[in-house]
Ligand binder design. Sequence first.
Ligand SMILES: *Cc1c(COP(=O)(O)O)cnc(C)c1O
Length: 419
Amino acid sequence: MHDFKYKKNKFYCENIKVEDLAKRFKTPLYVYSYHTLTDHYLKLKAAFAGINPLICYSVKANSNLSILKALIAKGAGLDIVSGGELFRAQKAGCPAQKIVYASVGKTDQEISAAINKGILFFNVESLAELKNINRIAKALNKVTRVAIRINPDVEAKTHKYISTGKITNKFGIDLESAYKILLLRNNFKNLRICGLHIHIGSQITQSEPFVEAIKKVSNFIRRLKDKGIELEYLNIGGGLGIIYDREDPQTAQIYADQIVPLLQKTGLKIIMEPGRFIIGNAGILVVKVLYIKKTPKKKFIIIDGGMNDLIRPALYSAYHNIWPLAKISATEKADVVGPICESGDFLAKERLIAKVKEGDYLAVMSAGAYGFSMSSNYNSRPRAAEVMVFKNKAVVIRKRETAQDLIHNEIIAGNFIKG
Ligand SMILES: *Cc1c(COP(=O)(O)O)cnc(C)c1O
């Protein structure tokens, strides 16, 4: 459920007419609903109330400080994947003890920073990384907590670019290697291996892959126990799918009903890392129609937002609903494309869509997750502004970039450039 809907043919976010936001803040514009955002977090929390997990929102889905702050204020922790995200987590006021850190390629600098801040634990993705964290912790004279990220080798039944739990993916450590590492845990004097982590992919709409992965690690946990290896945490990752088009994903409650009994049996403290489930349908991208272009074969709706603003259609062939801000009953088939000099720059192809004209506004739905956070300056396009709606108030949570921002770090090598 979300708070974006038509009232008397005008499209609203909570109690604000989105057209007014488009006129006031210009386009392309990301618009988020505070209510939807926090409601999704609270729904998940309620569904899992029986086991009281630490819900660490996945920062990479959308890392805006106001979004992080809104979730932290409700009790969320954060799942980070870089030093930059650690910086954001601190700026947003997240307690270090609620931060978990995954990534196959953590640098020494990033590891040191996270150890010094005292994060809850690292999710470690290789033996080489484990050794490195141990070495750095030793140099810092600290003992740091780590969880082993397990690659459970399950099919997540999602797009291949967002599947992470097959043994051919770069993520995590296979069960047998993890077992050997755990037997040798005392060799890592500056580490405390306190848990296991799994994250098998994203936009997973059924419960089975989760259940399969959790069963595999549960058996593994039992096997470890038999060897006298006790753990404290099980981090089950994120990956919950949402509705973009006609998906029928499990609700938070169905997901909980399926896995809570399994999780309870482990006796461990549970951590979850949802990203898309929380922010995906809490945000839209608002764009303006620049031109309508008819060619002998096609009709193009050319808009002022492109693949630099929302890359998901180009990257994953992702589907996003596109609705006019002022309802139009007539429809036509068209491609919705951006201004970027790439044929991959489209938001929809051969789509039956409202018959819009130049100057009309469109809402690209379900753009809250992996929208702004994946946006770029390609074609020297300043990144969009972001606005959060609180009932009948709208607040800018990121200013639109300017052309000056684009060249901020550039230096003209004047001494060497000769005519
Ligand atoms: C990306 C990521 C998540 C969040 O995935 P969603 O599909 O957005 O829920 C969680 N954990 C890890 C380790 C990730 O890399």
